[in-house]
Ligand binder design. Structure first.
Ligand SMILES: Cc1cc2nc3c(=O)[nH]c(=O)nc-3n(C[C@H](O)[C@H](O)[C@H](O)COP(=O)(O)OP(=O)(O)OC[C@H]3O[C@@H](n4cnc5c(N)ncnc54)[C@H](O)[C@@H]3O)c2cc1C
Ligand code: FES
Length: 255
């Protein structure tokens, strides 16, 4: 916990100091910042490096503010070059996060690739409400699987009030957990009638497949879609997706 009260929001880019950096895999780091923010799981912040660029990142946690950054291009590589004590500027939080459902007791929390970023906080929060939570995380190989140990720790030290918390890891090459995709693992649970709500974040094809499964089994979904964000306040239109302005109406969309 950060030792001062969480800020309600950063309306303008606000400089925060990097407190700690954890290496997650060959291209992903978790960056813990010296600050706390009022937010809910699934909301995002805009991270700014002056004179360079500004990009959206899911909040891994709000207190202290924590981001997971996968180095894939110019901005994320520059963020990877930060060291403890360096500054990163943030605006936010923005968008609609995941909502706690009424009448859904057995929830699947599904993440692919860096889409797991907001799900650890979400799984912890849902489990605390007494729901049965099954987290399914997937990637191509064991090396690409993110936060597996953090989710496994959540399964070992079950949050207070959680009735049950399970973790299923799925890799396409079978190098860790079950072989296949997260949708294969979810399908067996849906066929067994073991799930009545689906929460997910990950690549668009994974989300489309989950939405299709949700429709087939008549299970409500809350899916966090990714779009190119610029203003993050509903003005520029850069984040339009299926008729929704995702920085305001998303990134989590309910089906
Ligand atoms: C709401 C929202 C939340 C996000 N949360 C996170 C997050 O928690 N962690 C995170 O790392 N990124 C997250 N992103 C993506 C992030 O904003 C940037 O797009 C990413 O850091 C790449 O920026 P770049 O300038 O380094 O590379 P770019 O030049 O923008 O991208 C380089 C190439 O990599 C592709 N690409 C972009 N991201 C990835 C990826 N993660 N894996 C594989 N290929 C990719 C792009 O399509 C492009 O082809 C989020 C995006 C949105 C919209
Ligand atoms: S990012 Fe500008 S409208 Fe959403």
């Amino acid at each position: 916990m950060f030792d001062s009260a969480p800020a309600p929001a950063f309306r303008l880019p606000t400089a925060l100091t990097v407190a700690r950096i954890d290496e997650e895999n060959y291209r992903t780091k978790t960056i813990v910042l010296n600050g706390a923010l009022e937010a809910t799981p699934g909301q995002f912040v805009m991270a700014w490096l002056p004179r360079f660029d500004e990009k959206p990142f899911s909040l891994v946690d709000n207190d202290p503010i924590t981001l997971m950054v996968t180095a894939v291009g110019p901005f994320s590589r520059l963020v990877h070059a930060l060291e403890p004590g360096d500054r990163l500027w943030l605006r936010g939080p923005f968008g609609q996060g995941f909502a706690v459902p009424h009448g859904q007791a057995r929830l699947a929390v599904v993440g692919g690739g860096y889409g797991v970023a907001p799900l650890l906080w979400l799984a912890r929060s849902l489990a605390r409400t007494g729901r049965t939570v099954t987290t399914i995380i997937g990637a191509r190989t064991a090396n690409d699987l993110l936060y597996a140990e953090r989710f496994a720790a959540l399964a070992r030290f079950r949050p207070p009030h959680a009735t049950a918390y399970d973790l299923i890891a799925a890799t396409e090459d079978g190098s860790r957990g079950v072989q296949g995709r997260v949708t294969d693992a979810l399908l067996s649970l849906l066929e067994a009638g073991a799930i009545d709500g689906i929460y997910a974040c990950g690549p668009d094809p994974m989300l489309s497949a989950l939405r299709e499964l949700g429709q087939r089994y008549a299970i409500p979904c809350q899916l966090s879609w990714e779009a190119y964000m610029r203003c993050a306040i509903g003005i520029c239109g850069a984040c339009e997706h299926e008729g929704k302005v995702l920085c305001l109406d998303g990134p989590v969309v309910r089906d």
